[in-house]
Design a protein around this ligand. Structure first.
Ligand SMILES: [Zn+2]
Length: 436
């Protein structure tokens, strides 16, 4: 590998809270960082110019492997030069592995040693996702940070179920790492030859089964996947020009069982990743339990690598988990709630539909400096929302993204100045005081 794809350095620490710099090939990201979610290649309701503006200044956004794999397809995105070029975003991108989306399909999926079989929510077709397929799709997307393919146990999973799931995640992590390394270390020409060989070996390997396999043996992926991937490699602007420049994060599972979390962490660190994530939280467990898992696990995570809490959460969750030593966060809340008429403010959530705002000439949040709060009133936003105007979603989403991103700016400032404890107390008092 030419150079480390990412490098994280600690800038300041206040208690367990860490402030750092994540160097990527597409710019420097200050941590703790909130990453807006761009499920289908768009952060819903927001233009990229707004995300890049000094006001929001989002340095990294997410793409969802599952959704992009189904539509428009990894082959199409690779042919368009990778996800950055396809969507017109030059800053950093992180893609998830697709594991969580498949988990949320519930009864529509079937998990076996090799991977997960599921029915597409788009057209009902039968699809198969495995560590190898996920790595190939994420290589084709050419994201800057790739997530290992994991299995997510429900929040209330018993010890036995959670352990089995955690061990499967560990075996899949090893397969993800191996597959990722092959993809990264070989040049495009070698990749093409390799794909040709893989294709012919796949044709003789037969179908996939449910039998147990040693983690040291790479199981076959469906031939159709390799065919798609092979043609993606031949694409005129192959995303794999970037081979060797992606980073891979491992995911720690174990539901709410602290011993399993510790075991998962040890197994994941042993394999070795460029960053480490806590997965399987905020999936039905109580909030205090989630905080406990974070508090017990985060301090044991490698100190020189970024620590990412996947899919969490509210502004309070971000502050509480920064306080427990985590660096990276993503959540659909600011965008999703923006579309359903809910604003996050320094005094808690504001429901824009409420009749009490009919003639209220105040901004959404009197402490907010965003362009929506500088120009528009609660009365106007309520009117837009109730009349179904698309501008309501756009403005609420902008305010919410600003609130999340600006909160993280203030968090970083507080950590750097050794003032995080006071900031945390005042922030939590504020959001719990209620909008009036
Ligand atoms: Zn605002």
């Amino acid at each position: 590998m030419k150079r480390p794809p990412i490098k994280w350095e600690l800038v300041a620490k206040d208690g367990e809270a860490r402030c750092g710099l994540l160097h990527t090939r597409r710019g420097v990201i200050e941590t703790p960082v909130f990453m807006p979610v761009g499920t289908l290649g768009t952060v819903k309701g927001t233009r990229f110019e707004a995300l890049e503006s000094a006001e929001l200044d989002a340095r990294i956004i997410l793409g969802n492997t599952y959704h992009l794999w189904l539509r428009p397809g990894a082959e199409t995105i690779a042919a368009c030069g990778g996800l950055h070029r396809f969507i017109g975003w030059e800053r950093a991108l992180l893609t998830d592995s697709g594991g969580f989306q498949v988990f949320s399909l519930g009864a529509l999926r079937k998990v076996c040693e090799e991977g997960t079989e599921f029915r597409s929510h788009v057209d009902g077709s039968l699809r198969f996702l495995s560590p190898e397929v996920s790595m190939q799709v994420q290589a084709a997307l050419a994201s800057d940070i790739v997530m290992a393919f994991d299995e997510c146990a429900p929040g209330e999973a018993s010890h036995e179920v959670a352990r089995e799931s955690m061990l499967l995640t560990a075996r899949w992590a090893e397969r993800s790492r191996k597959s990722f390394n092959v993809l990264q270390n070989e040049g495009s020409t070698q990749q093409e030859q390799k794909a040709g060989e893989s294709e012919s070996s796949q044709q003789t390997a037969g179908g996939r089964g449910n039998e147990q396999r040693s983690s040291s043996v790479l199981p076959p992926a469906p031939a159709s996947c390799f065919l798609s991937f092979k043609s993606a490699l031949r694409a005129p602007h192959s995303a794999l020009e970037l081979s060797g420049e992606q980073a891979l994060f491992g995911i720690i599972q174990g539901a709410t069982h602290l011993d399993l979390r510790r075991e998962s962490l040890a197994r994941t660190v042993e394999i070795g990743f460029e960053g480490y994530a806590l997965g399987g939280l905020s999936v039905g467990e109580e909030k205090r339990v989630m905080y406990q898992v974070v508090a017990e696990t985060a301090p044991l995570m490698p100190v020189n690598s970024p620590r990412y809490l996947m899919g969490v959460g509210t502004p309070e969750d971000l502050i509480e988990c920064v306080a427990r030593g985590l660096d990276m966060f993503d959540c659909v809340l600011p965008t999703r709630n923006g579309r359903t008429g809910q604003a996050f403010t320094s005094r808690g959530k504001l429901n824009v539909k409420n009749a009490q705002w009919t003639r209220d000439m105040r901004p959404l949040d009197e402490n907010c400096a965003c362009m929506v709060c500088r120009r528009h009133t609660r009365a106007y936003l309520r009117h837009l929302y109730l009349t179904g105007e698309m501008l309501a979603s756009i403005l609420l989403t902008h305010h919410n993204l600003f609130f999340f991103l600006d909160t993280m700016r203030r968090v970083r400032q507080a950590i750097r100045s050794g003032d995080f404890t006071r900031f945390r107390r005042e922030f939590l008092e504020g959001v719990n005081s209620g909008v009036a």
